[in-house]
Design a protein around this ligand. Structure first.
Ligand SMILES: [Zn+2]
Length: 422
């Protein structure tokens, strides 16, 4: 296994659509450090977000560096090329030192017959009842089940190997953190699948630092988990057990950990995950979506005046262009259009009413999960009016920054890494 840049036990990915909130985001990590928990910040932005807004990976690097400098952050930090493949990785090579290699699109594509046969032959040693410490029932492995897993995942892992080696050519071995992601697959991976995926990754000599499986249930953007949280808890425990076992057996990097592409705000899962990683003494990477953008809208609306007027006008336009806004996100949103307030209703909102409808406070009767998702996917409208939007962001700094910091610290870091409420 090649040397790899390591990432600390706990890390968290934050997104920032417009690149102004790096310092406010970093303050949440500083607050965690003050409470005795080290969490490494990772600024992530996917190719999709870059192209929808017109930013470049260099902008994220510059934002991160400026935040680290102004916040006098002495710890590690990373810039994540989020969800890249061979077709998109090149423009991230210079600016990124964390690469989320996304091979979900390659799942189910066939590897060569020779490659399949070789893999299945090498995995014969696991045929029978495979006992994974921490997994209650032994996993029954047969040649047929190995062939099935290989047919589904072997080509995808080989593709991850090709992408990894392409990055190595540009950046040199050991100079970046490697994540392999399957979270955008159609079905959740079973513990056995995860085990044999990791086996395949080790054969490709990919020094996987973090792996992002698809978990059971739905991880929609900016709203809570939708699914059976008891089943999630069981699967999550099993995944942790599989990782610890596979790490030893296949000689993967010692710091190998799970990455959860959360889409943000998975409040009902955070206590479950906190207890699981404590019990297993496991690390974790939590990737969040760009809900910092929503905190900007909340900060503007809370300020009233022009900020509130901008937020209302944006909502009106977003509804008028619904299909266009929703299109890139159809698989990760669940908006009931009938449950959305009309633009005329929203125009009559006070600042407080607007904020309460948007802010993710499940105890608030006014909170509207559909309204929240609608605003979340409408950031491109602000991108179209960038000079006006950025001027508003700049003139409402303090209101916005406190929302950005509190959102990351109180809603995510406290329950997930500090165990508040667990
Ligand atoms: Zn993802």
């Amino acid at each position: 296994m090649p040397m790899t840049k390591s990432i600390a036990k706990y890390s968290m990915g934050v997104g920032d659509r417009f690149g102004l909130e790096g310092a406010a985001q970093l303050r949440a990590f500083q607050a965690a450090k003050d409470r005795g928990v080290a969490i490494t910040p990772v600024w992530n932005k996917s190719n999709r977000e870059h192209s929808l807004i017109g930013t470049r990976p260099e902008d994220v690097r510059a934002e991160a560096e400026a935040a680290v400098k102004s916040g006098q952050w002495r710890g590690d930090y990373f810039v994540d090329a989020d969800h890249i493949g061979l077709a998109t990785v090149d423009k991230f090579l210079a600016a990124s030192d964390f690469f989320t290699i996304d091979v979900a699109d390659s799942i189910g594509k066939p590897a060569s017959d020779a490659s399949m046969a070789k893999y299945v032959a090498e995995m014969q040693r696991f045929v029978g009842a495979l006992r994974i410490p921490g997994v209650a029932e032994p996993v029954t492995v047969t040649t047929a089940s190995l062939q099935e897993i290989a047919a589904k995942y072997l080509f995808a892992v080989e593709e991850a190997g090709r992408i990894y080696r392409h990055i190595v050519q540009a950046k040199g071995e050991g100079n970046f953190v490697t994540e392999v992601s399957f979270d955008e697959a159609n079905t959740a991976q079973t513990p056995a699948e995860l085990f044999f995926i990791l086996a395949a990754a080790a054969r490709e000599a990919i020094p996987v630092a973090t792996v992002a499986p698809k978990f059971t249930g739905e991880f929609l953007k900016g709203i809570d988990y939708v699914g059976d949280s008891k089943r999630f808890a069981r699967e999550f425990d099993e995944d942790l057990a599989v990782l610890a076992f596979a790490q030893k057996i296949f000689g993967l990097p010692a710091a190998l950990k799970l990455s959860i592409h959360s889409g943000s705000d998975k409040f009902s899962l955070y206590p479950i995950i906190y207890r699981a990683i404590k019990k297993a003494d496991a690390g974790l990477h939590l990737k969040t979506a760009g809900t910092t953008w929503l905190e900007e809208v909340i900060g503007l609306a809370a300020a009233g005046g022009e900020g509130l007027a901008f937020a209302k006008a944006l909502y009106r336009e977003a509804l008028g262009r619904y299909d266009e806004m929703a299109k890139p996100y159809l698989t990760v949103i669940a908006i009931d259009r009938a449950a959305l307030p009309t633009p005329t209703q929203v125009d009559a909102f006070s600042a407080q009413e607007f904020v309460e409808t948007l802010e993710h406070n499940q105890a608030c009767k006014r909170f509207n999960i559909h309204f929240r998702q609608m605003v979340h996917i409408s950031f491109r409208l602000a991108a179209e009016k960038q000079p006006q939007y950025l001027a508003l962001l700049k003139s409402n700094r303090s209101s916005i920054e406190s929302h950005v910091t509190d959102n990351i610290f109180k809603r995510h870091i406290e329950p997930l890494f500090l165990g508040v409420g667990a």
